[in-house]
Design a protein around this ligand. Sequence first.
Ligand code: ADP
Ligand code: MG
Length: 281
Amino acid sequence: MLTDQASKLRNLMHRARQTHTIAVASGKGGVGKSNVALNLAVLLSAAGNKVALLDADLGLANLDVLIDVQVRANLAHVVAGQRTLAEVVIDLPCGVQLVPGASGLARMADMNEFHRTKLLGELSVLEEDNDVIIVDTGAGIGNNVITFAFGADTILVVATPEPTSITDAYALIKVLVQRQCQARMGLLVNFAADRNEARATFNRIATVAREFLGADLYDAGYILSDPKVVAAVRKRQPFVLAYPRCQASRCLAALATKLSRGGSLLVCKESFFKRVANWFS
Ligand SMILES: Nc1ncnc2c1ncn2[C@@H]1O[C@H](COP(=O)(O)OP(=O)(O)O)[C@@H](O)[C@H]1O
Ligand SMILES: [Mg+2]
């Protein structure tokens, strides 16, 4: 009886420590991925979650440019064994832990086994004390993007109503489905002129994904095109903090609420970084 209770408690504690990982990805660059990743991190943190934000765009890392922080060391130093992960993590005033990326770092797939294992091993520390990890991946269907997206619980594909973005988003979804990605795939439409355009864009992608790939896309909503986003980027502040009542902030708040509601953030399997590592074995 006592052992029964103890094991229940252990299970509960184990579950409480589980971390939900959201990978933000896109087919095309410049669609607002980094802004979505950063601002969603801020909102989920404000909602009481412990959140880490990982800049995994190893080609063109720039999350630190969106906020006014000085980066002294980054993932490249971690891979080189010069710093531990704890030494490069930056505690942002909004409560989010930022892991600065390294521009020009070798693609994960091109790293040797030693460096990759080192990087993933260090990153797994993030799972010990965070409820949510948001990963800002690079654009396209390159190996890094696929690798990080694959391990995630939720992949948030960001697309805009532009035809090129729609086809690129579809191409990314197709690759993920073909490689039997198990993550929940959501689609977020950014730069929408209005609700109808957002809806039409979601429907176009969701319909072909269902018909040709048999994939059901989670409707992650939309963000309106909003000059306040650009203004916040210039001020190097997350737009949800600089302009909490602007249209873009309201749109993203709807997504944060949707993700938090009904325990949807708790759907997690085994360790994210373990899954990423397994992908190479
Ligand atoms: N909803 C929006 N309305 C207006 N401008 C936006 C919006 N989302 C993003 N932007 C602008 O688009 C640019 C690219 O955004 P970013 O998040 O860096 O894209 P990515 O990470 O996909 O390359 C930024 O300069 C940002 O100011
Ligand atoms: Mg970016």
